[in-house]
Design a protein around this ligand. Structure first.
Ligand code: PLP
Length: 453
């Protein structure tokens, strides 16, 4: 499954990258991007002939793996027939993608506004909520990620927001549930759920309910640490939104399209938002695509009054053809069920077993193909293995963990003091076992940094 090694070609790719590509979220001279020669299924390889099992799904988007033949063929077929067309027309790939998505989204989320990715989906969801309610403010959670554009980065509850600007007016953050790091306030999931709902209602009261357009939440926060909410939390937020006339936006850009072993994470909690954002897994990231699924009531607001927003490439035919093929492949090949089954029978039990043997593992959380290991210096104090937002030397323990995994052929997802286990949803049991064995050795490297008595 790998091409012939070709180090000279790799060196040329790397040299041009270093000379001219400005990378996201990076100090340009402190990074060393791997030159990638190819990818297939759950693996990719470099020009030296080294192959890696991808436990990151890219940035958690290759839900059907790399180069899925049905998706590649659909893109080729669409390119041969109609590569592009303006958004104001009815186009087969776009109509069919919208129909397949609406068929799967919960409740009456039956209309789809297409965007180019996740951040602009969030931007448009917020705009729709403000226009629908006539209210200015939006509430979102600390420990969240909603994208890199102006509004989305300000809704984001992580350090990226601090650096970019001073914040947009009308965005208010609150503390959503996270028992592992909320233990001074709550000892059980039930108490944490009650704490978080009471805090949210107090925040709404002090901000003024009649000024709040929307509450934006990731159904299961992903980038910030894969933190499944306690039972009852999302239903409680739904109730608060209904009580105060607030639009409930669930951001499923990362958690949607099979990642959690259900079509949407919202299905796990039996909750129906008013707007739901998606991207990534909708077409496995083969061509940029995102969108907002819209409830009947909000669609009605814009039935006779124009929606003042749009994008040149909204519902791009190539991206939509990839979405149609991805969704059909997921349904035909039981990929959502695969994520649920192997998540419950292989990944969850294996990670819990690793946590018993490795003192660096503080907590295991997740569902489907969406798991996080929280790495700590000390299980008692729960001090993270590296400081929050660590750079340079301070980040050395996580760098040692990642280097050990890569030496064993596993490409791990590393964020702050966590590693996320997020392979493609159609990963096989044998691939999972191979990756989990490499993870076992890499955790031994992390254990070296644990406080010794
Ligand atoms: N929302 C969530 C929950 C995400 O995880 C992401 C990206 O990771 C985004 C929004 C932003 O998506 P994009 O990078 O496609 O703009």
């Amino acid at each position: 499954m790998t091409a012939q090694p070709n180090p000279d070609a790799g060196a040329a790719v790397k040299a041009a990258d270093r000379a001219h590509v400005f990378h996201s979220w990076s100090a340009q001279e402190l990074i060393d991007p791997l030159a990638v020669a190819g990818a297939e299924g759950s693996y990719f390889w470099d020009y030296e002939g080294r192959r890696y099992l991808d436990f990151t799904s890219g940035l958690v988007f290759t839900n059907v793996g790399y180069q899925h033949p049905k998706v590649v063929a659909a893109i080729q077929e669409q390119a041969g027939r109609m590569t592009t067309f303006a958004p104001a027309f009815a186009v087969e790939a776009r109509s069919e993608a919208a129909r397949l998505i609406a068929e799967r989204t919960p409740g009456d989320l039956d209309k789809v506004f297409f965007t180019n990715g996740g951040a602009d989906a969030v931007e448009h969801a917020v705009r729709m909520a403000r226009l629908h309610t006539g209210r200015p403010k939006v509430l979102s959670a600390y420990r969240s990620y909603h994208g890199g554009t102006q509004q989305a980065v300000n809704l984001t509850g992580d350090p990226r927001r601090w650096a970019s600007d001073s914040g947009t007016a009308g965005v208010v953050h609150f503390w959503a549930p996270f028992l592992y790091r909320s233990r001074f306030y709550a000892e059980t999931e039930e108490q944490e759920c009650a704490r978080a709902l009471e805090h949210l209602e107090t925040t709404i009261a002090f901000e003024g309910p009649s000024t709040i357009a929307a509450i934006v939440l990731e159904t299961i926060p992903g980038t910030a640490g894969i933190m499944p909410p306690p039972p009852g939390y999302l239903a409680g937020v739904r109730e608060l939104c209904d009580t105060y006339g607030i639009v409930f936006v669930l951001d499923e850009v990362m958690a949607g399209f099979g990642r959690t072993g259900t079509w949407f994470a919202a299905d796990l909690y039996d909750v129906v938002p008013d707007l739901m954002t998606f991207a990534k897994g909708v077409n496995s990231g083969y061509v940029p695509l995102g969108g907002v699924a819209i409830s009947g009531a909000i669609a009605e607001t814009f039935a006779k009054r124009p929606y003042p927003g749009g994008l040149t490439y909204s519902g791009h035919p190539l991206a939509c053809a990839a979405a149609v093929a991805t969704i059909n492949a997921m349904a035909e090949e039981g990929i959502v069920e695969n994520a649920a089954r192997l998540g419950a029978s292989v990944v969850g039990p294996a990670l819990r077993e690793l946590a018993e043997r490795h003192p660096s593992v503080g907590e295991v959380r997740g569902v489907g193909m969406f798991w996080a290991l929280e790495l700590v210096r000390n299980r008692e104090t729960r001090e993270p293995l590296v400081p929050y937002n660590a750079t340079g030397e301070a980040g050395a323990p996580m760098a040692a963990f990642a280097a050990a995994a890569k030496a064993d052929g596993l490409w791990p997802f590393v964020n702050m003091n966590r590693t996320h286990v997020v392979p493609p949803c159609n990963v096989s049991e044998a691939e999972l076992k191979e990756g989990l064995a490499a993870l076992d050795s890499a955790l031994s490297a992390a254990d070296e940094f644990v406080d010794r008595p």
